[in-house]
Design a protein around this ligand. Structure first.
Ligand code: FES
Length: 109
């Protein structure tokens, strides 16, 4: 089972999750990493679940179009939208020092 270490407010929270788990879905049913994971829409739109991947990024899929749209240049800093990831391997992530993400909006027609 994947082991997750999540850093938030200077503390590390560790837990194990089933393979192919979405951490935002888990937090939504009050399982680890609840209550330490910040998130919002769960749909790759708000950016509130943004986390920096500290280790295990090599096991994650390439960022999808929603992540590219919301995170932009922050992807190069190791940021991902946790609601868009299904975890299959150990992962260490942090929500400390995350840049304020302002999702880009389509230009007005
Ligand atoms: S929870 Fe809104 S983008 Fe992930």
């Amino acid at each position: 089972m994947p082991k997750i270490v999540m850093h938030k407010n200077g503390q590390a929270h560790a837990g194990e999750v089933k393979e192919n788990t979405n951490l935002v879905v888990r937090a939504g049913i009050k399982q680890f990493p609840f209550p330490n994971l910040s998130y919002g829409c769960g749909m790759g739109k708000c950016g509130k679940c943004t986390s920096r991947i500290l280790s295990g990024a090599e096991h994650l899929p390439e960022p999808n179009w929603k992540e590219k749209k919301v995170l932009g240049e922050h992807i190069a800093d190791g940021c991902r939208l946790i609601c868009q990831l299904w975890i299959t391997h150990d992962l260490e992530l942090s929500q400390d020092g995350i840049p304020a993400i302002v999702p880009s909006r389509p230009a007005a027609a």
